[in-house]
Design a protein around this ligand. Structure first.
Ligand code: GUN
Ligand code: ZN
Length: 436
C-alpha cells in the first residue's frame, strides 16, 4: 500500500505516561487542549500544541483534519477476545461449560471453511474499528485456516493484531480436536508464517487445561521456549465447575496455575484470562513470573463467573489488563467494558477513577502486552493508531456534558454512556478507517 501524504490531526490530545496514582496525578498524562499530531508514514512524527506541530509539517504537502472539540487518544487495545465467536455473542446459556458445549464449540466448527473465516474476519475488523479498537489479542479456532483468515484481513488493514490457533485435543467435538503433535506442527508453521509479518504477532494459544492433554500443554511449552518473542494466552480460574474439572484432570497439580507452570507456560508474555477465583499461592506465582491477569467484566457478569479483584491482584504485585472476551463478553466496545468493569469493582468497594480507566484501555493494556514502544500512547515514534472521541454523541451524553467541568468528568461520561456512537473516527497507521 503506498504511503499517504503527511497528515495533521487537530484536536484535544490525551496520552498517558504512567498509571495515574490518583485523581490529582497530572504528571501521569499529557493533555493538550488545542493540540495536533503530525503523522508521517503511519507513525506519529510530532505531538504538541497545534501551532508548534503545524510549523513542523512539510510545506504545502500536509492534509489537515480538524477534529475539535473531540478528544484524540491512542486507539483502544482489547487484550482477550475470540474471533470465531462473532456469532456466539448473546447466546442464552447457563454458565461457562454449558455455554461452551451448547453454543461455542458448534460455532467454532464452521471455521474449518476458509470462506466462512474470511467473511467473519471482514465483519470482525469492521466491528473492532467502529468501536475504536485498533489492536486486539484473539483466539482463532483450532483450524489453521482461521488463523490465515484472521491475519490476512489484519494485514490488509495494517492493524497490529495478536492471535493464534487454539490448541485443543480433548473434551470437545472431534471436528474441533487436534492432537498434541499436529497442534504443535500447525502452530509452529503459522507462527513462522505470521509472527513479524507486517504488524502481526503470534500468540501460542492452548484454550485451557480442560481441553488440553498434558502432552499438548508440553507442546505449547516447547513452542514458547523455541519462540520466546511470542505471547501465550489461555484461561484460568473463571468458573467453579471449570476449576473442579481441572482438578480431576490434573490430580497431581498443586493448584490450577501449577498445571500451566509445570509446562513452562508462565512469564511476562503470558496472558491469563479471568483470574477470578485465585488462591494465595497462585497469586504469588503470578507475581513472581510477571504473568498478566486479564479482566473480562462483561463476560464475567454474563456467564455469572464472579468478580475480578483488581485491587487484590494489583496489591499482590500482579500485572492486569482489561478485555471484552467476545463472545462470552457482550460488547465490542472498550467503553462499555469499562462501564461494566467499574460496576464489578464498585460491588467490591473499589472505585476506579476515569483517568485510570482510560489509561487502562490504552497505555495500560500496551504495557500488559509489552508493546508500549509501538502502541498505547501518542508519543513521537509510535504507530499512528488513534481514536477520536465525541462525548456529545447521543442525547443523554450531550445533556450531561452541559454540566461537565473537567476532563475527568468528560471521560466518565464517555465510559458510562458511550459506545460505538462516541467513536467519531479511528485511524490505523494514520489512515482513517471507520466504515461509513
Ligand atoms: N474457557 C475456555 N474457553 C473459553 C471461551 O471461549 N470463553 C471463555 N469465556 N472462557 C473459556
Ligand atoms: Zn476467553
Amino acid at each position: 500500500m503506498p504511503n499517504r501524504s503527511p497528515l495533521l490531526l487537530r484536536g484535544r490530545l490525551l496520552s498517558f505516561d504512567a498509571a495515574p496514582a490518583g485523581a490529582e496525578d497530572t504528571d501521569a498524562y499529557v493533555y493538550e487542549e488545542d493540540g495536533a499530531l503530525l503523522v508521517i508514514d503511519g507513525k506519529i512524527a510530532a505531538r504538541g500544541r497545534y501551532e508548534t506541530v503545524r510549523d513542523k509539517a512539510p510545506d504545502g504537502k500536509v492534509e489537515e483534519v480538524d477534529h475539535r472539540p473531540h478528544l484524540l487518544l491512542p486507539g483502544f487495545i482489547d487484550t482477550h477476545l475470540h474471533f470465531p465467536q462473532v456469532q456466539v455473542i448473546a447466546s442464552w446459556a447457563d454458565q461457562l461449560l454449558d455455554w461452551l458445549n451448547d453454543y461455542t464449540f458448534p460455532a467454532e466448527q464452521r471455521f474449518a471453511d476458509k470462506h466462512h473465516g474470511d467473511r467473519i474476519a471482514g465483519a470482525f475488523y469492521d466491528l473492532l474499528l467502529s468501536h475504536g479498537t485498533t489492536t486486539a489479542v484473539a483466539y482463532c479456532s483450532s483450524h489453521p485456516a482461521s488463523v490465515d483468515a484472521y491475519f490476512e484481513e489484519a494485514d490488509r488493514r495494517r492493524m497490529l493484531m495478536l492471535g493464534g490457533k487454539t490448541m485443543m485435543d480433548r473434551n470437545a467435538p472431534p471436528a474441533l480436536c487436534d492432537t498434541a503433535q499436529n497442534s504443535y506442527d500447525d502452530s509452529k508453521a503459522l507462527l513462522q508464517k505470521w509472527h513479524g509479518r507486517g504488524r502481526a504477532h503470534y500468540a501460542v494459544t492452548p484454550r485451557f487445561a480442560i481441553t488440553s492433554t498434558p502432552a499438548q500443554l508440553e507442546a505449547a511449552g516447547a513452542l514458547l521456549k523455541e519462540h520466546p518473542a511470542c505471547h501465550l494466552q489461555t484461561h484460568i480460574n473463571e468458573n467453579h465447575n471449570e476449576i473442579a474439572l481441572t482438578k480431576e484432570l490434573y490430580p497431581d497439580a498443586a493448584h490450577y496455575l501449577d498445571v500451566y507452570e509445570s509446562f513452562g507456560l508462565l512469564g511476562p508474555k503470558t496472558l491469563l484470562g479471568h483470574c477470578i477465583h485465585m488462591t494465595g499461592h497462585e497469586m504469588q506465582r503470578m507475581r513472581e513470573t510477571g504473568s498478566v491477569a486479564v479482566f473480562c467484566p462483561t463476560s464475567n457478569l454474563f456467564l455469572g463467573s464472579g468478580l475480578f479483584d483488581k485491587a487484590g491482584l494489583e496489591s499482590a504485585g500482579i500485572r492486569t489488563s482489561i478485555a471484552t472476551d467476545i463472545g462470552g463478553g457482550t460488547s465490542y466496545s472498550m467503553l462499555r467494558t469499562l462501564d461494566e468493569g467499574y460496576k464489578v469493582l464498585q460491588l467490591q468497594r473499589q472505585r476506579l477513577h476515569p483517568l485510570t480507566c482510560f489509561y487502562w484501555i490504552t497505555r495500560g493494556n500496551a504495557e500488559a502486552l509489552s508493546l508500549t514502544d509501538r502502541i498505547g500512547t501518542l508519543d513521537e515514534g509510535s504507530d499512528a493508531d488513534v481514536v477520536v472521541l465525541n462525548a456529545r454523541a447521543t442525547r443523554p451524553m450531550a445533556l450531561r456534558m452541559e454540566t461537565v467541568e473537567s476532563l475527568a468528568e468528560e471521560l466518565f461520561v464517555l465510559q458510562t454512556l458511550g459506545d460505538d456512537r462516541a467513536i467519531a473516527e479511528t485511524y490505523v497507521a494514520g489512515i482513517a478507517s471507520k466504515p461509513v
